[in-house]
Design a protein around this ligand. Sequence first.
Ligand code: G6P
Length: 479
Amino acid sequence: MDKAQILVASNRGPVSFSINDDGSLTQRRGGGGLVSGLSSVAAETDTLWVCAALSDADRAAVAEAPEGRLDRAGFDLGNMRVRMLDIPPTTFGNAYTAVANSTLWFIHHLLYDTPNKPAYGTEFRAQWEDYRAYNSAFCDALLTGADDNARVAVQDYHLALVPRMARRRRPDLRIAHFQHTPWAPPEYFRMLPEAVRRELLEGMLGADHVGFLSLRWADAFLRCCETFLGTTVNWDKRSLEYGGRVVEVGVHALGADGATLRERAGADDVAERRAALRSRVGDTKLVVRVDRTELSKNIVRGLEAYRELLSTRPEWRGRVTHLAFAYPSRGDVAEYREYTESVRRVAKEINEEFGTADWTPLILEVNDDFPRSLAAYQLADVLLVNPIRDGMNLVAKEGPVLSHDGCALVLSTEAGAADELGADALLVNPFDVSETAEALHTALTMPEEERRARCERLVAAAVALPPHRWFNEQLRALK
Ligand code: G6P
């Protein structure tokens, strides 16, 4: 084989499935930075993508297809091959829901309500065994057929143990690990059991290059390595020596894919939704937010800030509408179900408190409608992105790119995106509801010229690091 080989591993794959009229199964390329980043090099490389998770809709499609069922051993998707692992449901549930989403995600986003959780007992120990087994299944699949010196790009907190597992069996491979979330500071990371902390850090240090979306997260990781492994970090180079090898830590911010996004937003389904939204909200100003129903996105405090705006600045009543669009997410975690309920409850309260016969202050939709989100970006006067903590946050970048008249951006200091957008966004402490309410008012009253000029600069910063550059940087770091 002449072409250089690239192997990618991620929990969720680059593909979605649907059933044709004749009952056969079609696979389509999904969205996201990693998919477009990888597609840009897939033509010149021999690329295999190993993944495991199926969305509920995909699982239903696969189960329904009598013919041409999913060939998990490998199928072609454009220029790449995809292998979907068939992980036993209990193992997958323990690895994905219990360890990855209910433990590691909580740790890195500082989400624990500590008087009650976490409590790492025997149940967690068993779940951790399954996390290991799941990582090991990925490692096996990657190594099957890996050429000499192949480059391996392992993604995210689901697969922290894979680099070390692969390195032990195949020292010739060049391995990268990329973390898409923030990284917890040592003072918070220390909540994890000692052996788990060590296994996670050592697992990632099996890579040659460990990448993060922001310097803040890279530094937190290095501080954890110092604190829990006793390593000496070379802070000038952001590298450290561990197990006789040098591991580099890099920062690779990810930007919006401007061209692809604009093309998608030009489609008829987006125009239809834009017209429908406009007729629903009349000529009121629009404050828009788009998130997964995700604890770290801080939707409730965002709604509270809107409530405070309406109560302290009554001049906005009847003149503004808040569109809050939330994609359902991680419904198998109790905290997420409860959180979604509180979002609905607060939204209802706001409409009951301020709504009138001809004005609905807030439109909350909890469902999956991507073209409607794009239409909302186009119409937004103000975009609100206020996560408690976020690896990057692409809404903050994609919104301005699509906004028709230049939106103002209210942005949490705790999103990785604030590194690049901070100069032209209105930055807020995500816990400070009053400050957020005041920022909404400033955004809504910003002189047009200033708003457009700021938005132009936001767009320039947002598209400066498109996915293909982001992915290529990571590959270059492995040379
Ligand atoms: C974050 C993570 C991704 C994950 C995504 C959606 O962006 O970094 O790895 O795929 O959230 O979450 P889900 O649990 O639905 O895959």
